[in-house]
Design a binder for this molecule. Sequence first.
Ligand SMILES: [Zn+2]
Length: 300
Amino acid sequence: MEILKNCPICNSVEQAEFLTCIDHTQSKKEFTIVQCKSCGFKFTNPRPDTTEIGSYYKAEEYISHSDTTKGLMNRLYHLVRKYTLAKKLQLAARLCGIPSTKNPKSLLDIGCGTGAFLKTCYDAGFKCLGIEPDADARRSAINNYKIDVRSESELNTLQIESFDLITMWHVLEHIHDLNVRIIKIKELLKPNGRAIVAVPNCNSLDAKHYGNKWAAYDVPRHLYHFTPKDITTLFEKHGMKVIETLPMRFDSFYVSMLSEKYKTGDVKYIQAIFQGILSNVSAIKSGLEFSSQIYIIKKM
Ligand SMILES: [Zn+2]
């Protein structure tokens, strides 16, 4: 385990205990989330270091990295994923234009998992490269889709300013070296390139409702627990700017379903759907507080 003495965003050494959460999917151990007294940023502390974290990723239920279709929850997840993949492609094309032979577009998907988003973009004409730390997921992406997916260390071998678009779908909250990674993203983006960063929002109504049972705290895999303000401050610190924020409306339902399970030991679909709707309605009213949000970022 490693202890962060300084806040990863503002470097302050003053922190207070915020919540204690259980790792429900793997170790069943308790982890503490602290809050920076200076900027308010919340992060898991202490946390497993880079050599220890791998053992927390192998649970059957951690379906982000697998393609199993067992159970109602997984079937729903896959149905929604099909729809969201189409929406993600639509967003990629809106941000950098539809690729053509004369005007090729290069995409780097960091934390591409088993490669579904990359495959969707590849079929639409994007020049695609994936980075995935998990060897099994990487192998699956390469074997199933024949796309170029490399290990995390390869990030440092890529040509600078060579990507029109860099995407990190629910990835930034997993990265140990947060600031180093953001500097790398900036370096790899073309001057007019765009980054898409999607992360859970611990200011959402479902986060407040479920407290330490909120599934998107997902300790210790989630090292950071971002609010929209944290994302803005973090990227501005590195000379990048959030130019647009978009909701991920399905996440509140999925997160509420898991949270109900952690809270009651049972999947309570009606309560989860109710909470999911409530979270979205409250977000629409308040403008910015969806369960998970997509941030469109450019260089300043
Ligand atoms: Zn701070």
